[in-house]
Design a protein around this ligand. Structure first.
Ligand SMILES: [Zn+2]
Length: 103
């Protein structure tokens, strides 16, 4: 996608340092409960364990909003529940870079 500043934000591979996933707080505890359940009661068979894992993955994917940060101007872009990508400008210019870095 092209940022408002003109910089091109690439999303063409995994482990991007400028991409994140946001989970709304209203969905957070339910997600943690599902993870706990899958760990504590994974099932007796391989199929049941696979089903539990897939249920957690589905819940994660259904709960998250994808987000990106422009490396040039620090704007955030976050998908809303309707599939629109919304732009947010940092009020702390120059200090908000790398907000999605994992390490
Ligand atoms: Zn930008």
């Amino acid at each position: 996608m092209e940022c408002i500043c003109g910089h091109l934000i690439l999303d063409n591979h995994d482990h991007l340092s400028n991409k994140g996933h946001v989970i709304p707080d209203q969905l957070w505890l339910d997600l943690l409960d599902r993870i706990n359940s899958a760990i504590e009661r994974p099932g007796k068979t391989d199929k049941e364990r696979e089903t539990a894992c897939m249920a957690v993955r589905k819940k994660l994917n259904d709960s998250k909003r994808t987000a990106w940060q422009c490396d040039t101007c620090e704007r955030l872009y976050i998908d809303d529940t309707n599939g629109r990508t919304l732009a947010f400008e940092s009020a702390s210019t120059g200090v908000a870079t790398g907000i999605f870095r994992g390490f």
